[in-house]
Design a protein. Structure first.
Length: 146
């Protein structure tokens, strides 16, 4: 008997088009991630990307990791992480999306707590922020760790 899919308790997106679009979304190397990494790299910063950090029994996967300074950076998409400024919830399949966004928020909070409890500093950057603002915040955080 195969294990039950944890996502079977809610309806899946009904439209073939929506399913296709969702599958096409990248998990890594999104435009905001690439732009911020490029900005940091041009300034001489070296880091790991999409690096798994196992803490408190959780596998956390920040977008940018400065392992020596223990700084984990997440670039949060406005749609997927329900940005208070730009996040919009779809009008169809409302229950599916409500649960999806709720799980994303819960995962983010659990990751933040686990990393922080293990001595990491977590930086969360909304995708709509400028590359300059994002890199400045990351650099300030790294400098504070010195």
């Amino acid at each position: 008997m195969s294990p039950q899919n944890p996502h079977d308790d809610y309806p899946h997106p009904s439209s073939i088009h929506v399913t296709k679009v969702m599958k096409a979304n990248k998990r890594v190397d999104t435009k905001p991630e690439v732009a911020i990494r490029s900005g940091l790299h041009k300034l001489g910063y070296r880091f790991r990307k999409d690096f798994v950090i196992t803490v408190s029994g959780r596998n956390c996967r920040p977008d940018i990791v400065f392992s020596k300074k223990k700084v984990a950076v997440f670039i949060d998409g406005c749609f997927w992480h329900s940005c208070p400024e730009h996040g919009r919830h779809p009008k169809s399949n409302v229950e599916y999306w409500r649960k999806k966004f709720s799980r994303n928020k819960q995962r983010d909070e659990l990751d933040d707590r686990a990393l922080t409890a293990s001595g990491w500093i977590v930086v969360r950057i909304w995708e709509h922020r400028s590359v300059e603002e994002a890199t400045e915040e990351i650099i300030r955080t790294l400098s504070a760790r010195s």
